[in-house]
Design a protein around this ligand. Structure first.
Ligand code: FE2
Ligand code: FE2
Length: 258
């Protein structure tokens, strides 16, 4: 069942959280932002999800209303289905400038109208994704968390920051607000330690997002963070050693030295 994270007269945010049909595939959340007569889909995933997600999206909008696919980064569970979305809706794919040329490898050459004209490539400092009435979603830099070209997307109306793989967990808790932050940390730790590049990346991100009015942090995997847990997660990310912070010579680093 989709979950409504925000609903106002002209603006809604819907979470799809239970669509991954294969037990061995990582569970993932997809988010739909509807503003007026236009919409954006955040991290729609790959071919595994396309048909079932499209079917659900059609309960809320028509395909000709879908203006954007927002990709936090380039992973298969994020952006693997862009060829299908290009064929199904008048979308622009929004992604880091680092990944535009790479994502084109997901799209068959015969889709002649799916070239670079259908991408909004984000500069490292971020940008705005504009809708017809002036509303804009903000692309917030989150580089190396975990991809070298990585963005989060901030909806200033709902004050939700869609934070990709930051805050991802393998929690058994049903989708909803995290029930107990301290108990939740072990379900995030192994993922962040391996997939996030370093604590410096986390500190730079924390410094940036502390200044924003965030009501909810909505990750791509697992339950979301709201209320006091928003700053708890930000400060945890700023503190947690991960990635190359934990790399040991036994992991192969010494062998790679000249
Ligand atoms: Fe990822
Ligand atoms: Fe992911």
């Amino acid at each position: 069942m989709p979950a409504e994270l925000h609903r106002a007269q002209d603006h809604a945010v819907i979470a799809f959280h239970d669509l991954v049909p294969r037990a061995g595939a990582i569970a993932a959340n997809q988010y739909l932002i509807i503003h007026g007569h236009e919409a954006a889909l955040v991290d729609p995933g790959g071919d595994l999800l396309f048909a079932v997600l499209l079917n659900q999206v059609l309960d809320f909008i028509r395909t000709d209303q879908l203006r954007y696919v927002l990709a936090t980064h380039q992973d298969p569970d994020v952006a693997g289905s862009i060829a299908r979305w290009f064929m199904s809706a008048p979308i622009t794919v929004v992604v880091s400038r680092l990944w535009g040329r790479f994502l084109q490898h997901s799209v068959p050459g015969y889709q002649v109208d799916s070239g670079e004209i259908r991408y909004q490539l984000l500069p490292d400092e971020g940008s705005r994704i504009r809708f017809a009435d002036g509303y804009a979603i903000e692309a917030v830099p989150a580089h190396f968390l975990h991809s070298p070209g990585n963005f989060h997307f901030y909806d200033p109306i709902s004050q939700i920051l869609f934070c990709g793989d930051i805050g991802a967990s393998n929690s058994a808790q049903a989708f909803g607000p995290v029930a107990d932050f301290d108990a939740h940390v072990p379900t995030m730790r192994a993922f962040h330690q391996r997939y996030m590049a370093s604590r410096i990346a986390g500190q730079v991100w924390a410094e940036r997002v502390r200044r924003k009015d965030i009501r909810m942090l909505a990750p791509q995997h697992g339950p979301y963070f709201e209320g006091a847990d928003v700053s708890r997660l930000i400060e945890w990310v700023a503190r947690e050693r991960c990635g190359v912070d934990l790399l040991q010579p036994a992991d192969g680093a010494a062998d790679a030295a000249p």
